[in-house]
Design a protein around this ligand. Sequence first.
Ligand SMILES: [Fe+2]
Ligand SMILES: [Fe+2]
Length: 256
Amino acid sequence: MSELSRRDFMKGAVVGTAAISAAGLFAGCAPKSSASSSSSTGSSSSATTSTASYVLDPKTMPDASTGHNFDVAPESKTTVGTTLENLKSAIVGETAATTKYATWAQAAEKEGFPELKRLFSCTSDAEKIHIELEYALASKLDPSYQKPAIPEVPTYTSGTNLIEAANGEIYETSDMYPSFIKAAQAEGNSEAVQIFTRAKLAEAYHAERYLNAYSMIDTPSDETYYLCPVCGYIHKGEDFTACPICLTPKASFKAY
Ligand SMILES: [Fe+2]
Ligand SMILES: [Fe+2]
């Protein structure tokens, strides 16, 4: 990505999401041999640049050994096991997250923050997508596996709930999922690599949405949040055409 487009992206300027996907999220991560690949395994969305097509191919997903935002945070808090164990750990974490966000959506509504209610509800649903993707693979590897029980979750005031939520998302995107991606790559499990990678990238956006909502809590907007039904990416506002992670077109997104 050029310096100009990187700055525009960081400022939240109106940048075509297909361009972000192709030039930004994956440019530094994909194996060099895949950059010129023209194969595509999925969406017929209008976001069809030659550099974006490999995003949908699990055999050429971003490479955790070379991608700079796939590094594991210092003093990692993640216990890494086999990919099956990691899938089960991720499901536990995502189950806690979806439950917290659903609870915190209700708290936000009671406190008079309708925008936060929409954001927490949208993100709660996003984590359910991750759970289902991870559960599908975990039960393929272990047919006897059952989803964990719904935990009791704490609740605070909405500002603190936002910070708690952002902290959880940052942990997942910078520590848990990068750790699990590396383990899945070492095992050669490309399906797990794809599931963890898409979740990892979505969690970074979730953190960004929560921090934005926290900084704007006293001056909220009524902009719509949109949820990608395939990977759990969340967009705020109308300025996009497709998911920057999985290229699902905007028309398929759910509005909150
Ligand atoms: Fe998340
Ligand atoms: Fe997506």
